[in-house]
Design a protein around this ligand. Structure first.
Ligand SMILES: NC(=O)c1ccc[n+]([C@@H]2O[C@H](COP(=O)([O-])OP(=O)(O)OC[C@H]3O[C@@H](n4cnc5c(N)ncnc54)[C@H](O)[C@@H]3O)[C@@H](O)[C@H]2O)c1
Length: 356
C-alpha cells in the first residue's frame, strides 16, 4: 500500500499511515487541556521519543507501567488514576502508545475516569494493530481471569504505522499472524487467498494490516457488544485457549497465536466432523496452518486434561460448549453445541497429523 488509508466504521476511525500525517493533524487541531501518554517501559524506550518528536508535543505527562499481562490489572489502573488526578480533567486526552496490554488498560482507564475522557490508540505491536485496538473493547484482568472487568468504549481515533514493527521480535509478529489467518478465513475465499499470497511478504505488511482492520471493523459495526456475529471472532479460541492454559499449567507457556493456530486446526477438523463434510474441505487451510505455525506438544493421555479446561470454562452458556464452527471458508456458525467427546476427537486428530 502506498501512502495512507483511512478506514471509517460506524463507531471508529482508523488511520493507517506510516508518515503519521493524520496523527500530526490530530494534535494540530486538538484543543485538549492536558495530554497524558501511557506506555509500558519497552514502548517508553522504543516508541515514545519518536512519538513526541513526530507530534511536536511540548506539554504532556508521560506515565509508564511495567510490560506484560500482569500489569493489566485494577491495581495498575488505580495507580494511573492517581497520577492523572492532579493534571487531568474532562477535557484531557489519554494516548495509549503500546501493544494490546496498553490499549486494553488505557482504554479502560480513560473510559471510566471522570465518567469518560477522550483517548486515542497508537498500537505498536502487530496484534494490537489488527485486533486489540479495533472494536472498542477495553479490559483489565481480575481474580486470575482475563478481561473480567471492562467497558465498550471507542477511541477518538486509532493511528497505525507499520514503522513500529521494526523492533518487534519475530515470534510476536508470527503469533499475531495467527489472528490474521483467522480473520482471513472468516472473511471469505478471496480474502484467504490474498492473505496466504502475502503471508511472507513483509514489504506489504501495511496492506495485510488494512485487510484485517477492515474485516474487524465490519464485524464490530454489525454487532458492537458481541451478541451475534461478533462471536465468530472466537474461532479457534475454544480449543486454543484450553491449549494455552494447559501449556501454562505445565510451565511451558506458548505465544497466544501459536495456541490459536492449533485451536483453529482442531476446530476445522471438528467442523468437518460435525457437519459430515466430504473430501477434506479445509485441506488448504490445514496444510497452511501446519506449515507456518509451530506445533503445540501434548500426547493422547493429556487430552482429558485439555478438555477439562473447556468443560469448566466460565464462558460456556448454561454448561453448553459452543465453539465457532466453519461450514465453509467465510461461513462461520457460533450457536452449534458440541459434545466434549467431539473436541477430544479433534485433539486426537491433531496429534495424528502432527506425528505423520
Ligand atoms: N480488546 C481487544 O479486542 C483485544 C483483542 C486481542 C487481544 N487483546 C489483548 O491484547 C493483549 C496482548 O497484546 P500484545 O500481544 O500486543 O501484547 P503486549 O501489549 O503485552 O506487548 C507484547 C510485548 O511487546 C512489547 N512491545 C510493544 N511494542 C513494541 C515494539 N514496537 N517493539 C518492541 N517491543 C514492543 C511490549 O512491551 C511487550 O513486552 C492481551 O492483554 C489481550 O487480552 C485485546
Amino acid at each position: 500500500m502506498s501512502g495512507s488509508k483511512t478506514i471509517k466504521g460506524k463507531f471508529q476511525r482508523v488511520y493507517i499511515d506510516a508518515e503519521f500525517k493524520s496523527l500530526k493533524h490530530f494534535f494540530r487541531k486538538a484543543d485538549y487541556s492536558s495530554i497524558i501518554i501511557l506506555t509500558d517501559s519497552n514502548t517508553e524506550r522504543l516508541c515514545l521519543p519518536d512519538f513526541i518528536s513526530v507530534c511536536k508535543l511540548k506539554n504532556y505527562l508521560s506515565v509508564s507501567i511495567p510490560p506484560g499481562e500482569q500489569s493489566k490489572c485494577l491495581a495498575t489502573a488505580e495507580k494511573l488514576w492517581e497520577q492523572m488526578m492532579p493534571i487531568a480533567d474532562r477535557n484531557s486526552v489519554l494516548v495509549n502508545l503500546g501493544g494490546g496490554m496498553i490499549t486494553d488498560i488505557g482504554g479502560f482507564v480513560a473510559s471510566v475516569f471522570k465518567r469518560g475522557i477522550d483517548f486515542i490508540h497508537v498500537p505498536t505491536t502487530l496484534l494490537s494493530m489488527v485486533d486489540a485496538s479495533i472494536g472498542g473493547k477495553t479490559a483489565v484482568d481480575f481474580a486470575n481471569h482475563k478481561n473480567q472487568l471492562g467497558t465498550f468504549a471507542q477511541p477518538k481515533a486509532v493511528f497505525i504505522s507499520d514503522g513500529w514493527l521494526n523492533t518487534l521480535p519475530a515470534e510476536q509478529l508470527l503469533s499475531a499472524k495467527a489472528e490474521m489467518a483467522k480473520q482471513a478465513m472468516l472473511a471469505g475465499t478471496k480474502e484467504w487467498q490474498k492473505f496466504i499470497l502475502n503471508f511472507d511478504n513483509e514489504h506489504n505488511i501495511s496492506d495485510q494490516i488494512c485487510q484485517a482492520v477492515e474485516f474487524k471493523i465490519k464485524i464490530a459495526d454489525k454487532d458492537l457488544v458481541e451478541k451475534s456475529v461478533r462471536k465468530q471472532l472466537n474461532f479457534g479460541h475454544t480449543i486454543g485457549h484450553a491449549l494455552e492454559s494447559f501449556c501454562l499449567q505445565k510451565s511451558k507457556p506458548v505465544p497466544h497465536g501459536f495456541a490459536i493456530a492449533a485451536g483453529m486446526i482442531c476446530e476445522l477438523n471438528l467442523s468437518e466432523n460435525y457437519y459430515g463434510l466430504k473430501a477434506n474441505p479445509f485441506g488448504e487451510q490445514l496444510e497452511f496452518l501446519n506449515e507456518k505455525f509451530p506445533k503445540i506438544n501434548f500426547n493422547e493421555k493429556e487430552i482429558d486434561e485439555i478438555t477439562s479446561f473447556i468443560a469448566n470454562d466460565k464462558k460456556n452458556n448454561h454448561g453448553k460448549i459452543k465453539p465457532v464452527l466453519i461450514k465453509r471458508i467465510g461461513k462461520p456458525e457460533w450457536d452449534a453445541e458440541v459434545k466434549i467427546e467431539m473436541i477430544a476427537d479433534s485433539l486426537k486428530k491433531y496429534i495424528d497429523a502432527y506425528a505423520k
